[in-house]
Design a protein around this ligand. Structure first.
Ligand SMILES: *Cc1c(COP(=O)(O)O)cnc(C)c1O
Length: 462
């Protein structure tokens, strides 16, 4: 299995190489050259299997021969052993025909643990085998950073630096990043918004001297291995509702488009998904784009669902690549236009996107009202991101097709918003109840490439 860049001007790589490098050298994102297929029988055979076994069968064809079956199965087992629910991704019913996929039982209480815990295991295995050490730098609006730190803390082959926007992450998110004591963990609070953090990260990757000098590796949602790990729960949940013999739809609270793009891959592999619905908060570039074709960046408006507060949605590039018939030059051109504010998706490409994706936008007031209503009528306490999803799903779902809404974080990760909406302050699960007492360790930085590069060079072993 080979991986190619969405901009068509970088060498194709193996799974392991694509995973270790993150972003392609032409600025593009890696995608599989072809999508492995699962037949109806293959999908039916997933019924009743443990999550780890489903994960093995769904991901194995993408991995290539860098990892043996035995090693890969072992890494999957280790990745999910620390989850607080034996089903890993349990499905609960909200209403007739509407289900909630709880993706928040991992160590940092958000769906990003599904990908990050596995990627930590895959990195450590691959780097130990190669005798290498890498510097992981990530940008986060909150959940990616804590998930990355949790996955890489204490590993021998990795230093991890996480840039987060100072003052713009929740207290739980911040503490999850600043309280690990391991010396290979570095939380950096940067001036600006998440998009600024993401832009500086991209600058570091595009500075090849720096990139090679510190052996930079990325684990942001652009990393293909993360997308792949997220494909699994689309299969496990759809099968439990009758796939492949019944269609299902999904609504996904969306920011960087990684999670929903995993659903798109599941569909391309043969899972009968009817609609994939993008749910956004007031930072609605994706909703605007899918309704009008205009992909125009705007100011980021901070919201109560901060993990979706973005204006540039990195993984959307992968969907555009397919919508433009896998024309890397066309995608490269769009991304150049994006530097000066935005672009228009062509009619043909927009039509292709709409064959799979719908979208909806939710205001802050509607988000709070949905948290309140879901608690009162369904007995379910939702985090604000999941509430955005539930709201859009209710408005858009086809009564004939079961809808699965992804619950992307635990309500206790966003206690202020949940309390404001419902009057209930959700407690942290017992296994992390002392988070508020642990001492914090963080470095402040300007929104400045050179300052960040200097900081990283000083901190890593030479
Ligand atoms: C990251 C995140 C999202 C957005 O997911 P993308 O893959 O970036 O679209 C939604 N909700 C929560 C809680 C998140 O952490």
């Amino acid at each position: 299995m080979k991986y190619i860049s969405t901009r068509g001007r970088a060498p194709s790589l193996t799974f392991e190489e694509a995973m270790l490098s993150g972003l392609a050298r032409d600025g593009g994102l890696y995608v599989p050259e072809m999508i492995p297929q699962m037949s109806k029988d293959d999908i039916r055979a997933l019924h009743g299997l443990p999550y780890e076994e489903v994960a093995f069968r769904v991901m194995r064809p993408f991995i290539g021969d860098g990892f043996t079956d035995e090693v890969f199965a072992d890494l999957i087992a280790k990745a999910y052993a620390g989850f607080g629910h034996v089903a890993r991704a349990p499905l609960v019913q909200l209403a007739p025909g509407h289900f909630l996929l709880e993706l928040f039982h991992g160590p940092t209480l958000a769906f990003k643990d599904f990908a990050m815990q596995l990627i930590g295991q895959l990195f450590e295995e691959a780097l130990t085998r190669r005798g290498q050490r890498v510097t992981i730098v990530g940008a986060t609006s909150g959940d990616t950073g804590s998930a990355a730190i949790e996955a890489f803390r204490g590993l021998d082959s990795v230093d991890v630096f996480i840039l987060y926007p100072h003052g713009r992450v929740s207290e739980v998110q911040r503490r999850q990043m600043t309280t690990p004591v391991e010396s290979n963990v570095h939380a950096v609070a940067m001036d600006g918004h998440f998009d600024d953090c993401q832009a500086r990260l991209k600058d570091m990757f595009n500075d090849f001297d720096f990139r090679d000098g510190v052996r930079l590796a990325g684990v942001n949602s652009i990393n293909w291995a993360r997308v792949l790990a997220q494909v699994v729960y689309y299969f496990s949940s759809a099968v439990s509702l009758g796939a492949p013999d019944r269609k299902v739809s999904f609504t996904v609270p969306t920011g960087n488009f990684g999670d929903i793009f995993a659903g798109y891959i599941a569909k391309k592999m043969g899972l009968p998904i009817d609609r994939l619905v993008v749910a956004t908060n007031q930072n609605d570039i994706l909703h605007r784009c899918l309704t009008t074709g205009d992909y125009k960046t705007d100011e980021v408006t901070p919201s109560i669902s901060p993990s979706m507060d973005i204006q540039v949605s990195s993984n959307f590039e992968r969907a555009l690549f397919d919508a433009y018939g896998r024309d890397g030059n066309a995608v490269g051109q769009l991304m150049d236009e994006l530097k000066t504010g935005g672009f228009n998706v062509s009619q043909g490409a927009l039509q292709a996107l709409r064959e799979t994706f719908d979208s909806g936008r939710v205001s802050e007031g509607e988000t709070l009202a949905t948290i309140r209503a879901a608690h009162d009528t369904m007995g379910e306490l939702l985090c604000p991101h999941s509430a955005v999803g539930v709201r859009v799903a209710e408005a858009q779902r086809d009564p004939k097709v079961p809808m699965i809404t992804l619950a992307t974080a635990h309500p206790a990760k966003f206690p202020d918003a949940v309390e404001k909406a419902s009057g209930i302050r959700p407690p942290l699960p017992e296994r992390m109840a002392d988070l508020y007492e642990r001492p914090e360790r963080v470095t402040r930085s300007k929104n400045d490439l050179v300052a960040l590069q200097t900081l990283i060079k000083e901190r890593i072993p030479s």
